[in-house]
Design a protein around this ligand. Structure first.
Ligand code: SF4
Length: 352
């Protein structure tokens, strides 16, 4: 059984659900901007956010943000253990340190402070900031092996000092290197929680695909207790995509499960316009509700019947199903008026 660590009230690892994280993209010097981003992330279902603490001078701003934000925060610290200690004194319940640039010989004071204040430490190595020493220790195993060596060095240092509230993380912009590093680490530390993601995955489709492939590959091997989708985009999108990945693997059920067919030459309804019509109506439905929008009678009726709400293209417009039962057939032109009343939460038994 995996160890559970707690960042404030947020449990990570063990039997806890896989958590969805992001990182603030405004500097701590912009306190109002940070607070607003925390609120938007919380509204999207974000469960913890990292915040860069580049300097001890910003520890007071961090303390104010910790007090102000309902979202659990993890201070992201590089180069100097004293900054990590300052984050703990500021009230942060979790700190990420980077073994690629954090001097292992100067960690004792930080570890004592973490023990005294019940702080979780994430040892998070990144392929872009591996030290020459760790690269060399990885030998012919490349970046994957070097990431493993970097995390192992500092994880062992913490564990040898009796500090066990640890999360491990090894990320690269390469899916293959990240998966390899995490496979090595999970063999070496089967009981510790892992944070996973593909770092610097990029913008747009490429970033989504890289993240989904890498995170899914690791989760399917049983590796990963918290995830972050690292996109060149708004952090709220990282959270939405994170939940989509977990939803597609059946691990979390935030939001509606929307099934829609790609359409083909058989289509009786324009599925894209139907989806555009219903998407604004989905926000009020309970988590886990399944809505199917299908273009014709080939796969349409079965998918639509199996869903909580189903819409299948028909010769006149669409047949609507609720709880597997036909509600009626409507002309396409009538649908904008019919759908808001149809997609309501009354009388549905969410069957997913
Ligand atoms: S449901 Fe009908 S329209 Fe949609 S892809 Fe299948 S056959 Fe084509």
């Amino acid at each position: 059984m995996k160890r559970t660590v707690a960042v404030g009230g947020l449990k990570i690892g063990g039997g806890a659900p896989v958590r969805v994280e992001s990182m603030l993209k405004v500097p701590l010097s912009d306190e109002a901007g940070c607070a607003a981003q925390c609120e938007r992330l919380l509204a999207e279902g974000c469960e913890m956010a990292r915040v860069a603490l580049p300097d001890v001078a910003l520890a007071d701003a961090l303390a104010r943000l910790v007090k102000r934000s309902a979202l659990p925060l993890m201070a992201d610290v590089h180069f100097d253990p004293a900054i990590a200690t300052a984050a703990m004194m500021a009230g942060c319940r979790a700190v990420r340190i980077n073994p690629g640039n954090m001097p292992p010989g100067r960690l004792d004071e930080m570890i004592r402070a973490a023990k005294d204040s019940g702080v979780v430490i994430r040892v998070g190595a990144n392929g872009g900031s591996l030290s020459p020493r760790h690269r060399s220790a990885g030998g012919d195993g490349g970046v994957g092996a070097a990431l493993f060596e970097a995390v192992k060095e500092q994880a062992d240092l913490l564990l040898d000092r009796g500090f066990e509230d640890v999360i491990l993380s090894a990320k690269s912009s390469s899916v293959a290197d990240t998966v390899r590093a995490n496979a090595f680490l999970s063999q070496a530390y089967p009981s510790l929680p892992f944070h996973i993601g593909i770092t610097e995955a990029g913008p747009g489709d490429a970033g989504l695909v890289k993240s989904a492939v890498g995170i899914s590959a690791m989760l399917s091997q049983g590796i990963g207790d918290t995830i972050r989708v690292s996109l060149t985009d708004e952090p709220e999108r990282e959270v939405r995509v994170g939940y989509e990945i977990l939803k597609s693997l059946g691990l979390r059920a935030r939001g509606v499960n929307l099934i829609s067919c790609p359409t083909c030459g058989r289509r009786r309804a324009d599925v894209r316009s139907l989806v555009a019509m219903i998407e604004p109506l989905l926000a009020g439905l309970p988590d886990g509700t399944t809505v199917a929008v299908m273009g014709c009678e080939v796969n349409g009726p079965r998918e639509a019947k199996n869903a909580d709400f189903g819409i299948a293209g028909s010769p006149v417009g669409a047949v609507l199903f609720k709880n597997g039962q036909v509600e009626g057939e409507y002309d396409y032109d009538a649908l904008p008026n019919v759908l808001p009343g149809f997609l309501n939460t009354q009388n549905i038994n969410t069957r997913t």
